[in-house]
Design a protein around this ligand. Structure first.
Ligand SMILES: [Zn+2]
Length: 430
């Protein structure tokens, strides 16, 4: 039998450890906050503070080593701490990688100047002026609906870009480059839009047209590549060097960054994730193939499936919201139906998320990226819920799910990703 004194001594000892372990948890939280703050600073700032950051990383690592030596009495709190440690270690590694990268990036980039990014769609162009430090100086949306003539469209872009620089309170002489992301098939090397269905353009030399009007270097790429660059440099992907962007809207497009470099492929067709075949016997896709991710899960396909079910007489709150024969089902309607736990809407959206998830699993098995960033209209409408659904589906299909961490994050800069990415494109290529 143990004496009371022994028991009391044990209890005191346990209390001591518990206090110590709580203290450690708090320290870890604080460290995580500090890291988050440093990560959010613009790259040049990070570069300047590099030495200080390296010291912080060393201290943090020493703390982690100490933390691992603390006996794990309280099972739950020790499990929590292990998770925190794991996250912290990953953040530290990513931060260190990022600092090294921004040092490289900064050497390549001019220290001065401003860059213009343009996200050119079929009905409007979103544009942004960005400093070489990555700060947005001004941004706006320009409506080009109904105008299809390339000379006219580039004329509008040119004059709006000049106005934007003025709105930012800067001089045109400061503009070091313009980057455009356009929806469609792009010849990156030659700056030509090979085919843009929503503008009905074929073989339009956009780079040459704009360069002539603006007299600054112009870079042209696919809009989804630009969005991926934007999210990577200034949005949700800042912690990662190998990531995949999936932009899930009317169509589904993708972008692939490996070791900090955008991969375009031999024919500029890399990362066409929307046309990965998910189900060979699935519905026909706009590209002519059957069972593409886009043909199952794209916004148009979601509407198609909902309409078919409504017309077949299935019970759904959507009939209250959009009637019995809806032409369009707005994002707000989808969101409300999900919030009201509508069986039909949930089934069709989960089916779409499963298709995207299967695509994510396939890409993960091929590329093994650090993270996936999910953006686009569907994700903006339905938020983190649909991201979680797709991630959960992916985890079911991925190999070695228990040994790897599949990180799937919602995009962070929304509508502006393409324009900001265009500016990054200009920084990298001007
Ligand atoms: Zn397709």
């Amino acid at each position: 039998m143990r004496s009371d004194t022994e028991r009391l001594a044990d209890a005191a000892d346990n209390d001591g450890r518990l206090v110590e372990s709580r203290k450690l948890s708090k320290q870890l939280d604080k460290l995580q906050e500090t890291l988050h703050r440093i990560r959010s600073a613009p790259p040049p700032r990070r570069e300047r503070d590099r030495k200080e950051l390296e010291a912080t990383i060393k201290i943090a690592e020493a703390e982690i080593e100490n933390a691992l030596k603390i006996p794990a009495d309280d099972v739950q709190s020790s499990a929590d701490q292990r998770k925190k440690l794991k996250r912290l270690r990953r953040s530290l590694a990513a931060l260190d990688q990022r600092i090294r990268f921004s040092a490289v990036l900064n050497k390549k980039l001019p220290k001065k100047g401003i860059y213009i990014g343009i996200d050119l769609g079929g009905t409007n162009a979103q544009m942004a002026a960005v400093s070489s430090r990555g700060e947005t100086l001004a941004s706006k949306k320009v409506v080009i609906a109904g105008i299809k003539d390339p000379a006219q469209v580039t004329e509008i872009l040119a004059s709006e870009v000049r106005a934007l620089v003025e709105e930012a309170g800067r001089e045109w002489q400061e503009v070091a480059g313009v980057g455009i992301g356009a929806a469609g098939t792009i010849d990156f090397e030659n700056g030509v839009v090979i085919f843009a269905p929503n503008l009905n353009w074929r073989d339009v030399p956009v780079r040459a047209l704009l360069q002539e009007k603006l007299q600054v270097p112009v870079t042209l790429d696919n809009d989804v590549n630009a969005c991926t660059l934007g999210e990577w440099a200034l949005g949700a992907g800042q912690d990662y060097q190998t990531l995949v962007g999936i932009f899930w809207g009317t169509g589904i497009g993708g972008g692939l960054i490996v070791n900090g470099e955008l991969i375009r492929g031999a024919n500029g067709m890399a990362a066409e994730v929307g046309h990965m075949v998910i189900d060979p016997s699935g519905p026909k896709c706009g590209c002519g193939n059957q069972g593409c991710m886009e043909g199952i899960a794209g916004r148009r396909s979601i509407t198609r499936d909902l309409r078919a079910a409504i017309q077949a007489g299935e019970q759904t709150v959507l009939t209250d919201l959009v009637g019995k024969n809806p032409k369009i089902i707005r994002s707000g309607d989808l969101r409300e139906a999900v919030e009201r736990n509508d069986k039909l809407t949930l089934r069709i959206l989960k089916n779409a998320a499963a298709a995207v998830g299967l695509g994510i699993a396939n890409i993960a098995n091929l590329v093994d990226p650090e993270a996936f960033i999910l953006g686009g209209g569907v994700v903006e409408a339905l938020g983190e819920w649909i991201v979680r659904e797709a991630a959960a589906a992916a985890r079911k299909d991925i190999i070695s799910a228990d040994r790897r961490e599949l990180i799937v994050l919602p995009a962070a800069i929304g509508d502006n990703a393409g324009a900001l990415g265009g500016a990054i494109l200009a920084m990298q290529n001007s």
